[in-house]
Ligand binder design. Sequence first.
Ligand code: GLY
Length: 414
Amino acid sequence: MSITRRGFIESAVVASLATSLNAADSNAQDTPKSDSRPAKRPILISAHNGFNYLDDAFAYLKSGGDTLDSAIRVVKGPENDPNDTSVGLGGLPNEEGVVELDACCMHGPTRRAGSVGAVRNIKNVSMVAQAVMQHTGHVMLVGEGAERFAVAVGFPRENLLTDRSRKIWLLWKENHSNEDWWGPGIADPNWKPPRTSPEAKPQADLWQDRILQLHARAAALGIEPEFRMAAVRRVLFPPTGTIHCSALNDKGEISGVTTTSGLAFKLPGRCGDSPIIGAGCYTDQDIGSAGATGSGEENIKVAGAHTIVENMRRGMSPHEAGIDALKRIVRNYNGDMTRLKFVDMTYYILRKDGAYAGVSLWQGYTKDTPHKIAVHDGTRRAEVTTPLFQGYSEEFPRVPDVPPDLAKDSVYLK
Ligand code: GLY
């Protein structure tokens, strides 16, 4: 989420960079599960939304399947899942209500790469990135050219905007209606005059009002009761969901892929880190592979995946390499925790010997939704990532407690 855009400039620095880095050091002493396991090959690691697809991909990898094909088997699952609002079909759209997808991949054994950005109407953009790698002399295609290329090599065009994502987008659109004509007008029987100045009511009450109004509009738009609160959160705090997967076979061949619908309600044409080779994904056959989910703009500025692989080349463990990349994000804000509270980043790291790590800036979004890395090395499991900072990233501005009668039926929306 962009914090500068929201004019978030004041506030004292509540913790110094030194304090921040001490937090990292003390975390490092916790035994991260992912670093403590013996390295095994073959192995697949992915973002947590790949968990359900690891069994099939692992069987394929173990039977001699190509490492990139194996990784794509994992990420294709969420790309095809209309209920995953962060990737592929059903991904949340841009500000004009159009789904635009980004992806990139690297194939270690042949040292090749492919990437696509801002692609419309094609759901398996991870495979389109692979096709760019296999069928062109280029590395990256974007926009209309990428879509036309995808159709030329056989991908079907389809509508990626599911009914649920369209309704969440409509809710987002109506939420901006002080400035435009979206949402019911003054002739609507339920119309209420715009809220009075913020001074008229305590801030927490205004938020409570806003949530209640959005929740009522979500009902009016026909969003199912169990998804209404999740839809409200999506509108107030647009997410940057994504999936990354890296695969290593028993011969030591390694590949990686990352795919996403990017930041919800973004400006048309916005590309995050996921299609950027070296940011959202980087694989070096000599060293290992890394990928990212989270705040794309922050990750581009530290070339996260490349930084991590280069750190491992210089002898850092996967865990140390990832923590160092996170510290670079912290450095970009001079350790200002009032800003870093609103940044979210998770790295998935796999070294060529099978050692791996999942690290994140924060423990998760909430106590109930910790960041996790999904792993399959013969045993499929999900492990919590090792955070640089103890605590949870915050949404901005902070939402007061959701009224219990609205919270009780809410489900977590991917
Ligand atoms: N990490 C996904 C994005 O920011 O687009």
